[in-house]
Design a protein around this ligand. Structure first.
Ligand SMILES: Cc1cc2nc3c(=O)[nH]c(=O)nc-3n(C[C@H](O)[C@H](O)[C@H](O)COP(=O)(O)O)c2cc1C
Length: 293
């Protein structure tokens, strides 16, 4: 045996340069022969990494800014690989794809907007009971709405009894269709829960919840119509009495919900004269410099 070989033989395995690597798996440390050269190029997934055994590092490391143990590098490479796979399968939009999506009209965004334009007030209802799980979904949609300081002052009373729906309509001159709907949801707000106990915040929060509820109904293929209650004192008092609302609850609206018995075209009521650019009275200048026709 040569003197070098004898010296190598006395060394602990991981100290035998270029032959052994230390790897840590689930907290256990062991020394074993590397499956790849400790010096040269290796592939981990789609990554090509340079490896070398460093003299001042007791463990082999990948060449780079710092001397890192092999398991750490494998972990980092694994994270990159997962990120890459996510992108590959479109789970995570790349910043380039995000930039493309924002501001440009893709077919998908056109379809989504057309769906939004398709939310219409439905006042004719077909027979059939809307199931409880659909009502639950609508309530979840409503409570996903924005709310000032997330105070969520909205409160909901779900009414299926025809007699009660009929009684409610007595105070709603434009809600005669309510008893023909499968159900009504009275949306109110708790003034004690509203941000700063301000009625305005309560009304804004409840309105956002109502719009979400209407959109949710549209997504589920249901028809719905917002029946105004607030700020008409007689309507509010009538509903307060019928539903035995506590003093702090302000009824805002009643939503008639059911299977649609009429079809309405998607539309927007966009009107250019209602929009001002830069300041009141300012007109639109396209970013290309061409004035809007
Ligand atoms: C505050 C408020 C109160 C409303 N009240 C009633 C109502 O009492 N009866 C009714 O049939 N529609 C009511 N609507 C629905 C509007 O008439 C309807 O949204 C509007 O005509 C636009 O039509 P669209 O919803 O089909 O886009 C109300 C809407 C809002 C926002």
């Amino acid at each position: 045996m040569s003197s070098t070989a004898a010296r190598e033989g006395k060394k602990k395995p991981h100290e035998a340069r270029g032959v052994w690597i230390r790897c840590t798996l689930r907290g256990r440390s062991s020394c074993r022969k590397p499956k790849f050269p400790t010096s040269g190029k290796i592939n981990i997934g789609c990554f090509r990494l340079a490896t070398k055994m460093s003299d001042n590092c007791p463990r082999p490391s990948f060449t780079g800014a710092s001397c890192r143990p092999i398991h750490e590098v494998s972990f980092i490479a694994g994270c990159y690989l997962i990120g890459f796979m996510h992108r590959l399968f479109r789970c995570v939009p790349s910043s380039r794809r995000l930039k493309m999506a924002v501001g440009s009209m893709t077919e998908k965004s056109k379809a989504k907007l057309s769906f939004l334009f398709g939310r219409r007030s439905i006042r004719v209802f077909a027979e059939g009971d809307v199931p409880d799980d659909a009502v639950q979904t609508l309530l979840e949609a409503a409570m996903a709405a924005p709310s000032a300081v997330a105070k969520d002052p909205w409160r909901f009373v779900v009414i299926r009894e025809k007699e009660m729906l009929r009684k409610i309509t007595e105070a709603l001159p434009n809600g005669a269709m309510l008893p023909s709907a499968s159900l009504g949801i009275v949306v109110g707000g708790d003034l004690d829960a509203a941000h700063d106990r301000q009625l305005s915040y309560l009304l804004q929060d409840c309105s956002a919840a109502i719009e979400n509820l209407l959109l949710g109904a549209h997504i589920l293929g249901l028809g719905a119509c917002w029946l105004g209650v607030h700020p008409r004192a007689n309507r509010m008092e009538h509903i307060r009495r019928l539903l035995e609302l506590p003093a702090a609850i302000i009824p805002v609206a009643c939503i008639a919900i059911g299977y649609p018995g009429e079809i309405k075209e998607p539309r927007t009521r966009f009107d250019r004269t209602r929009v001002h650019y830069g300041k009141w009275g300012g007109s639109f200048i396209a970013t290309s410099g061409t004035p809007y026709p």
